[in-house]
Design a protein around this ligand. Sequence first.
Ligand SMILES: Nc1nc2c(ncn2[C@@H]2O[C@H](COP(=O)(O)OP(=O)(O)OP(=O)(O)O)[C@@H](O)[C@H]2O)c(=O)[nH]1
Ligand SMILES: [Mg+2]
Ligand SMILES: [Zn+2]
Length: 331
Amino acid sequence: MLVGRITEAHRSHYTVFVSGEEVLATVRGLFHETGDFPKVGDYVTLELLADKKAVIERVEPRRSVIKRRGAEDDEVQIIAANVDLIIIVMGLDGDFNLSRLERYLLLAKQSEIASIVVLNKKDLVEDVEVVCTEVAAVAGAVPVYAVSATTGDNLTVISEHIPPGTTAVLLGSSGAGKSTITNWLLQENRQVVRTIRKNDSKGRHTTTSRQLFTLPNGGYLIDTPGMRELGVLDQSDSNEEAVFKKVTDLAMRCRFSDCDHDKSAGCAIVAAVASGELSLREWHNYQKLLRERVFVEQRDATAALRHADEHAERVAKRNEALRRRRLNSGG
Ligand SMILES: Nc1nc2c(ncn2[C@@H]2O[C@H](COP(=O)(O)OP(=O)(O)OP(=O)(O)O)[C@@H](O)[C@H]2O)c(=O)[nH]1
Ligand SMILES: [Mg+2]
Ligand SMILES: [Zn+2]
């Protein structure tokens, strides 16, 4: 009997890393009785057969598990087992969402697994410091790093968090750059990466199953599909819209148009919170959403200005070229 580690879990078979190679495995009948099937990251005792095939006898006790409630059936599912670090990946593009980040942080806390926040696509942002400070306020003691997976900027900091023998998992929305980070850490293009939708920065759900990789330094990394597979997020994203609308509608009933919604007399929001029509939680969510939107708007405005500058420069160059040509042909 040998002990191996589950690298991929499919409907009826598993890929297991054992004695330096990957084998295809099925499970003993007993698993079908208990329903507790092996999960990615599990250590399993198995019997090797011919042709790189194997049968899994049992799952070794799990050191840790990341659990999540399924979207439709409300059933608890295990995302990964024996994880030492949750790497929460969020893009500094339209993916940026502090409420969602809070939910990931909560997931890590509930799993009792250490986490770090990786703000990816640093190359798209001018004022990274400002964003990091804002995120750090939400993340508390959890370290926050801004990186760029396409330029490699600051990525070594992630590898330092995955010492030999430890296991990290990448969590985050589709398009955040988890697979791009995976490829960089593997120093090899193993995972498929696909461009996001231009209009809303949403990914295309490129990665479709969880997979465990061995890193060059002997650490382990699990790449996961963007959150749609796990449900929850799309639903709460639309809740955010509802909260935003509720508050902006209320604010129109404030007596003064420049109401600070704090101590002002005749404030419809203060009244709504007092009457319970608006919960404090909704109000705080709204404030967070507002900060996010201001951040995204400012960033877009900066980008627009830069484009305008570049455009002006191109026009000036072209005019200069035209003028020269005219001078030349005239002279
Ligand atoms: N500008 C920029 N683009 C990036 C960066 N990292 C990733 N991308 C791009 O973002 C897109 C999505 O990257 P993926 O790595 O496929 O994202 P993912 O998180 O694995 O997405 P799913 O597999 O769908 O969950 C690709 O076009 C990447 O090239 C970055 O640091 N900067
Ligand atoms: Mg991916
Ligand atoms: Zn008000």
